[in-house]
Design a protein around this ligand. Structure first.
Ligand code: C5P
Length: 224
């Protein structure tokens, strides 16, 4: 049977903590990749640490959101890290997405739709007229048009997105207890895979507290 796949969000500035996350998430049941976001990449030793990481699936969550020239220059600037995935906000626009794809080489470019911490109320606050589902569907169409390699959305929108985007789907906002933190559009791991997520992104439910126990909890949850 194919293994379930999880990107563990390595959200810390502490190298020792990141090392512990990597060590304590090793297991034989779930395929694990490591996601490094703005917090770690911008920390004093974060970039260097990523550059030395070997034999791991790596995800650089840069969430680039800029004009085409800056987007493509940013991807070029991190090429030496030889990561597997890099994120760009789809709201950067079609030209930025295409520009990045032109220079990305072997790196998979992941389009980020509306953040999982956003709900319809926050969308309205920002000034969008569309509801979440219709905005995410539109963003997925744009990702397909730009031939992106993967998309990030909430597990709630996976079935919808699959109608227009045929490649990898990665879903954060995953919870296997009632604690949502700052996330709004959440789902359990079982539900997310059932909907068709290829990869889940999980941070705090794994990295807060006893990491080994949390991984076991996740494995138990998935085998129910
Ligand atoms: O701790 P938690 O499981 O909420 O972490 C989720 C991770 O996924 C964070 O690193 C966050 O930056 C990232 N992410 C997200 N929602 C998106 C894209 C990325 O939560 N739409």
């Amino acid at each position: 049977m194919k293994k379930n796949k999880v990107f563990v969000a390595c959200d810390s500035t502490n190298i020792l903590k990141i090392k512990r996350i990597i060590q304590d998430t090793q297991n034989t049941k779930i395929k694990i990749g490591y996601k490094f976001g703005l917090e770690f990449i911008n920390s004093k030793n974060g970039r260097k640490f990523i550059s030395k990481l070997k034999n791991k699936i790596t995800f650089l969550d840069l969430k680039i959101n800029d004009i085409p020239n800056t987007c493509l220059a940013t991807v070029k600037a991190v090429k030496d890290l030889q990561v597997n995935y890099i994120t760009i906000h789809i709201s950067s626009g079609l030209e930025s997405l295409k520009a990045v794809k032109k220079v990305s080489g072997k790196i998979k470019i992941v389009g980020v739709t509306t953040l999982t911490s956003i709900d319809n109320k926050s969308l309205k606050e920002i000034g969008y007229d569309k509801k979440i589902n219709s905005l995410v569907l539109n963003q997925a169409k744009l990702a397909a048009k730009a031939k992106l390699d993967a998309i990030v959305c909430s597990a709630k929108e996976v079935r919808l997105v699959k109608n227009v985007f045929k490649k990898e789907i990665i879903t954060p906002g995953i919870r296997f207890s009632s604690k949502k933190n700052d996330q709004k559009r959440v789902m359990s791991p079982v539900e997310a895979y059932r909907n068709g997520s290829d990869w889940l992104v999980i941070g705090r439910p794994i990295t807060n507290g006893n990491i080994k126990k949390n991984i076991q909890k996740l494995i138990n949850h998935l085998s129910q």
